[in-house]
Design a protein around this ligand. Structure first.
Ligand SMILES: Nc1nc2c(ncn2[C@@H]2O[C@H](COP(=O)(O)OP(=O)(O)OP(=O)(O)O)[C@@H](O)[C@H]2O)c(=O)[nH]1
Ligand SMILES: [Mg+2]
Length: 424
């Protein structure tokens, strides 16, 4: 996929049936463009009742854009919604500059940021899936800028067919490689699940403070390791990061930092970012993080919608707002939330208590004495539950173990002390 260079952009949004969010989406599109070094020169919104199959926008608007391209020295036109291959092709031919859409932009950002082998492969797969149906338009753009090996009239059928086959071939190679990496990861994950340590996933819109929350929670829970990367930019995190955290005298939990969401996330990316999304699906609790200082209900709704789309809406969820120390007021939201600061640590204790309240709500701490002649029970407990301490007495093995109340009934006759609630 072609890399975007320093460009001057015109952003185009369609205000469909008087949808009021178009301006907000275009501002976000400007930030996305900025993330790959594209400067936005102007934005235009067209009010429309229907979408033109030929140009997406009306043909009058296309002429207006052509005029603006000349006057403002525009080198790229960015549409906020996905363009069909035909629309892309027609627009590029008529406007004679590069035309891209939001999906292309997001894929470019991910391509620039991807570091680990798995995410490089995942992004490359998403790009190729995106490119495949749009081959003519994209290759036209390449030939015009002299960046490709095609002649100025555009590729002929045979060349196109060859490109298609090459991309299909690449796609299948990448999929095979990803399968291998996923199999390795699955083994590590199985181990994690087997240990039965509850998993808490940080999920939310991009740049709201998820990684910062992982760092601040790690600090107050005395986790000794380097901070994860946090930065004021879109998609700072592309890799899932995992940490085992534990409050004093309490059982541990696994905290997972994930890639941020954005409006109109390209479906090619959702499909390929399976590993991040499946980590969320395996979690026992979702910390849905949102920005409290620049509060935006649309970010919360987008995140909820994506969670629903991936089948995670049944998982317990706590809404956490960040940046309390710089927020001018407390946002009005029609659900409960915890308002924290990753700078001053305000309310992080409340959040940790809430986390424990959720993940261990049906769990108790038990002290069991298992007679030596029933060692198969110990194997069973070890394989399926969290054992905190083991010691050997004269007549059996003493275990301090965390069990769901239901399971504990099976072990009632071995219990040597009244069970303890994990959370007070
Ligand atoms: N003042 C203030 N800034 C914060 C707080 N939490 C996060 N930030 C800042 O917000 C910016 C984004 O933080 P990140 O933790 O990188 O956000 P993220 O949600 O992980 O973002 P992505 O990985 O890009 O999805 C950084 O500049 C942080 O320093 C907070 O409580 N107070
Ligand atoms: Mg992050």
């Amino acid at each position: 996929m072609k890399k975007l260079k320093q460009d001057r952009a015109l952003l185009v949004g369609l205000n469909f049936n008087n949808e009021t969010n178009t301006e907000y989406y275009l501002n976000e599109l400007e930030k996305l463009a900025e993330a790959v070094g594209i400067k936005t020169v102007d934005k235009i919104i067209q009010n429309a009742k229907s979408i033109s199959p030929k140009f997406y926008i009306g043909s009058g608007k296309v002429l207006e854009i052509k005029h603006m391209i000349d006057i403002l020295d525009i080198s790229v036109v960015i549409f906020d919604d996905p363009l069909s291959p035909a629309q892309l092709n027609n627009l590029e031919k008529t406007l004679d500059v590069q035309v891209i859409d939001r999906s292309f932009l997001i894929l470019s950002i991910f391509a620039e940021r991807a570091r680990s082998k798995a995410s490089v492969l995942e992004v490359s797969l998403a790009q190729k899936l995106y490119m495949l149906p749009r081959l003519t338009g994209i290759t036209n753009a390449l030939s015009r800028q002299g960046g490709g090996t095609y002649n100025a009239k555009g590729p002929g059928e045979t060349k196109l067919e060859l490109d298609r086959r090459r991309i299909l071939n690449d796609i299948s190679k990448i999929k095979t490689e990803l399968e291998k990496i996923r199999a390795e990861k699955a083994t590590a994950k199985k181990q994690r699940l087997k240990n039965k340590i509850p998993i808490v996933a940080l999920v939310g819109y991009t740049n709201v403070g998820k990684s910062s929350l992982m760092n601040s929670l790690s600090r107050i829970l005395d986790y000794k390791d380097e901070d994860v990367f946090e930065e004021d930019m879109l998609f700072a995190t592309l890799e899932t990061k995992t940490r085992r955290l534990q409050k004093n005298n309490q059982p541990p939990f696994i905290l997972i930092d994930t890639v941020g969401f954005v409006s109109k996330l390209p479906h090619e990316l959702i499909a390929s970012f399976e590993s991040t999304l499946s980590d969320v699906l395996d979690s026992d609790l979702i910390l849905h993080v949102a920005d409290g200082a620049y509060f935006n209900q649309a970010h919360i709704d987008t995140t909820k919608m994506i969670l629903q789309n991936i089948g995670a809406s049944d998982i317990d969820r706590i809404l956490v707002l960040t940046k309390k120390e710089i927020s001018p007021y407390t946002p009005h939201i029609n659900e409960d939330f915890i308002f924290v600061s990753n700078r001053t640590n305000e309310n992080l204790d409340t959040l940790i208590d809430a986390i424990y309240g959720h993940i261990y709500k049906d769990m108790r701490l038990y002290l069991l004495k298992i007679p030596f002649n029933e060692s198969s029970l110990i194997t069973n407990l070890k394989n399926n539950h969290k054992i905190l301490e083991t010691s050997y007495g004269e007549d059996g093995t003493n275990l301090k173990v965390i069990l769901p109340i239901e399971v504990a009934k099976k072990y009632q006759k071995y219990q040597i002390k009244k069970d303890q609630k994990l959370i007070n």
